[in-house]
Ligand binder design. Structure first.
Ligand code: AMP
Length: 279
């Protein structure tokens, strides 16, 4: 595996592989890698001749400075994991390399970016669009891989790709979980033992709520999920929305969407956890 630190080398290397007719799979990450990230890489490895993973904690998508400051950074361990996973290139740039000057672009991301994470974290999705559009333009992959853990993010990236004219495949990969159901996340390492023990309640509650679909309304199911999680002394639901899987817009009746997805954000202490489930 080769570590690439400059945009110039990334572009030249990718141009070279593309020129030879090789397919390229891109897996963008912010590092602190776990098996969730590695499942994306495994899929990219199966589908493509060349796999490039990026590791970059993108400041423009953090709307909370403390979150940016405390975000885990584990470059050496990340490189070991990427190497073992069969990645060809790890793109690990500095902030100055990515943003030699401030990125002032504002993307017209539309309704998919206005609700849930978009409403709670102003500017977050614009920052995601900034970094992912750069990675897309520099790499011009055959396929790019994203996790369904960030369900809304995939819809936003599809929208950005449409706006910018990127026509390659954007591939959504299933959520990887710990044995107790908690979705893997780089932020999980910040949970105390007590919080870690309580966090699987999120998945357990969502699973239980799926069984209620036939007999309960959307409002009733939402209330059940919020009340059950908020009954925990150390967890607080920030939002729980049941949305159309395509438009990300909240629905009020089950029939309003072909596929309904429940998206949740929970504070466990000061650690912000997200998860989702398909109904
Ligand atoms: P992050 O490093 O958190 O920005 O995540 C990089 C990519 O990995 C994103 O596309 C995430 O959706 C994906 N990802 C993160 N956690 C998981 C997980 N538990 N299962 C599957 N994909 C994940």
């Amino acid at each position: 595996m080769k570590v690439i630190r400059t945009v110039r080398e990334l572009r030249e290397t990718m141009d070279n592989h593309r020129g030879q007719g090789q397919s390229i799979g891109l897996v963008p990450t912010m590092g602190a890698l776990h098996d969730g990230h590695l499942s994306l890489i495994e899929r990219a490895r199966k589908d493509n001749d060349i796999v490039v993973a990026s590791v970059f904690v993108n400041p423009t998508q953090f709307n909370n400075l403390d979150d940016l400051r405390t975000y885990p950074r584990t470059e050496e361990a990340d490189c070991d994991k990427l190497r073992n996973a069969g990645v060809d290139y790890a793109f690990i740039p500095t902030v100055e390399e990515i943003y030699p000057e401030p990125d002032t672009r504002v993307f017209d991301l539309g309704p998919v970016a206005e609700v849930m994470e978009g409403a709670m974290r102003p500017g977050h999705f614009n920052g995601v669009a900034q970094i992912v559009s750069k990675l897309f333009a520099w790499t011009m992959p055959t396929r790019a891989y994203f996790g369904e853990k960030d369900y809304q993010q995939i819809a936003v990236i599809r929208r950005m790709a449409e706006l910018e004219g990127f026509s390659f495949d954007i591939i959504a990969c299933p959520i990887k979980r710990h044995d107790d159901g908690l979705a893997m996340s780089s932020r999980n390492v910040r949970l105390t033992a007590e919080q870690r023990a309580e966090a699987p309640l999120i998945r357990k509650t969502l699973l239980e709520s799926v069984g209620m679909k036939e007999t309960k309304s959307i409002d009733e199911v939402k209330r059940f999920v919020e009340d059950t999680i908020n009954a925990s002394p150390i967890m607080r639901t920030e939002y729980y929305e049941i949305v159309d899987s395509k438009t990300m817009q909240p629905i009020s009746r089950w029939d309003d969407a072909e596929t309904a997805v429940g998206c949740i954000t929970v504070y466990c202490g000061d650690v912000r956890l997200i998860d989702n489930i398909t109904y």
